[in-house]
Ligand binder design. Sequence first.
Ligand SMILES: Cc1ncc(COP(=O)(O)O)c(C=O)c1O
Length: 407
Amino acid sequence: MSISKKIKASLSGSSMIRKMFEEGIALKKKHGEDKVYDFSLGNPNVDHPEAFKRELIKVADQEIKLKHGYTPNAGYPETRLAVARKISRTTGLKMTADHIVMSCGAGGALNVILKALLDPGDEVIILTPFFVEYPFYIENYDGVVKYVSTRPDFSPDIAAIGRAITRKTKAVIINSPNNPTGKVYSQKSIKDLARLFRKKGRERKRPIYLIADEPYSEIVFDGVKVPSILKAYSNSIIAYSYSKTLSLPGERIGYIAVHPRIHEADDLMAALILCTRILGFVNAPALMQRIVTHLQNVSVDVKIYQKKRDLLCGGLAAAGYEFARPEGAFYLFVKSPIPDDAAFVHRLLQENILVVPGRGFGCPGYFRIAFCVEDSTIVNSLEGFARAIQDCRPKKVSRRARLGSSA
Ligand SMILES: Cc1ncc(COP(=O)(O)O)c(C=O)c1O
């Protein structure tokens, strides 16, 4: 075999999410779609907003020169301006089109940012549990992944992050609202992180970049607000995506937003634009750029996800499961009733329920439910969830059986 050793190793440790997804396909073939409760993938099932369709039709009908041509590597100036204006409105910062690079979703944005920042051996801190692709993204550019556990409520452990920072730390990636926990980091957490990074930056005479991966920033429940990273810390970079806000993950559109006063801003912007080109993205999809220009204040109906969260949390709490109620995104991270999360996930498979073991996110002892599914999938799965936890409870032994066994 002549493929790279690094990729070969990655293939053998292949993503648990994908494995569950494949199990799901096999189960659906055997039992039928409606008898399988597939909570394995974060693929939004809520329809995109009507406004997206209107813009799509409008752009398709418009006479535009080079409509499908290459765009500037950073994206169309008017799209970048629309994004900058929206961020200026929400943060009060003076953002211009020069602080924005359009990207192929948050995944594309993160790869461009890491390619622009990392020298081989540079360390990047990620918080456990983490989005499964982060280690791959960091290792793509010969960076070294440093894992730091979050606190029991999944908030950042500032002291532990402080201990993990070394002279080689280049960046820290955070993700709020979080996949897989649904946690939204508080204003205090963000301020504490910013204070820590400023202090460490001064000590080392070298900045620590805070990369905020924010594909779920609009998907929040009960009026929760996502605190602005840009307002808190000047060496911050946002990786944003329309994949979840507009339910468009297959269309690959997002952006990178850089703080106007970030360290060596001009060099960094030039690097981000170059990396967009040389990583092979060349530019974010042209049609999608034109469409999102006019959809800066549009999002899917978040109440639909909130209802799904409530259905799921209500059903699982009644069955005896333990979890922190998600404040955003569409994931529930549940404590496995037995220490071996993979064994419990296997038990759920017998109920035709597909979830992902916590160890896939660097956090054994839990499992993740992606609740971007039909309400009926949630409702119809609850009996199976209840049977599975019931099975794990110590069985009550009757007095007669106890006497019998001691005889
Ligand atoms: C935390 C997180 N970051 C990044 C991504 C990648 O999103 P995109 O489709 O925008 O590349 C996802 C997708 O599920 C995600 O959950």
